[in-house]
Ligand binder design. Structure first.
Ligand SMILES: [Zn+2]
Length: 257
């Protein structure tokens, strides 16, 4: 993979990341993602085109609105940079194949739903259920399913069913044991998407990876001495999304053990 194509992928990812930021703010509010153009959340001033370059504008403006000086969230450049790195990484991994645009689309959905989950504690159905449908639709291109004995579509369907109903069983058990809802419906549907996109083995991987990621996250919170109490809500979507990203990067990861 040439440096030129990877650089183009990175720049393409920056631009997509900029659009994902728009989706992150507008989709939970039920607003259009294409109109009107971006404006400052504090003073309402329209963002000039030269202040709208991904990452660079945030650095040039030092994270402040040019019109009113209100702080611009670090989330904007962080999402743009992360999207760019992920895009270049997966183009490097899968090259210019038919699977690459499919996997990138799924990754962009995961990034968006993760940040929405962090902000609102809700994973919109259009992402979780949408990814289940998408996973089934592109299963014939998915390297996770090629070479299997069953057809690609059936492998995807079986993975989706295992993820969805398995996670549902875990959630029911959690509710029974702790007498409160331990897991949201969005997490159950997202696990269905993990199965549809990475198979039954991917579901097992995701349970292991997301658990470790969650434990690591709690460890960091404890080290930082952040207050933790019974009412602390932790969005699980980002951990599940991270696990699916690992599965997508290494489709046969489970076989590596
Ligand atoms: Zn402003």
């Amino acid at each position: 993979m040439s440096i030129f194509i990877l650089s183009l992928s990175f720049i393409f990812g920056l631009i997509i990341g900029s659009f994902l930021n728009v989706c992150i703010y507008r989709i939970p509010a039920g607003k259009s993602v294409v109109w009107p153009p971006s404006s400052c959340g504090s003073c309402g001033a329209k963002i000039k085109w030269y202040d709208n370059a991904p990452v660079i504008s945030w650095l040039v403006l030092r994270g402040r609105c040019r019109a009113c000086g209100a702080g611009i969230s670090l989330q904007y450049p962080a999402v743009e940079l992360f999207t760019a790195v992920i895009t270049a990484l997966f183009v490097w991994r899968f090259g210019l194949s038919a699977w690459t645009p499919c996997v990138l689309f799924a990754l962009y959905c995961l990034i968006t739903l993760s940040v929405i989950d962090m902000r609102t504690f809700i994973i919109p159905d259009r992402f979780s259920l949408g990814l289940i449908a998408f996973g089934l639709a592109v299963s014939f291109l998915n390297p996770a399913f090629s070479g299997g004995t069953a057809s690609e579509f059936l492998s995807s369907l079986a993975g989706g069913a295992l993820g969805f109903f398995g996670m549902w069983a875990v959630a029911l058990t959690g509710t029974f044991l702790f007498k409160k809802d331990a897991m949201g419906g969005g997490d159950i549907k997202l696990m269905g998407a993990i199965g549809a996109l990475s198979g039954a083995g991917g579901v097992v991987n995701a349970l292991i990876i997301s658990s470790f990621a969650g434990i690591f996250y709690f460890g960091v919170l404890v080290l930082l001495r952040r207050p933790l109490d019974n009412g602390t809500t932790i969005p699980f979507g980002p951990f599940l999304s991270f696990a699916l990203m690992v599965n997508l990067l290494y489709p046969n990861f489970i076989l590596m053990f």
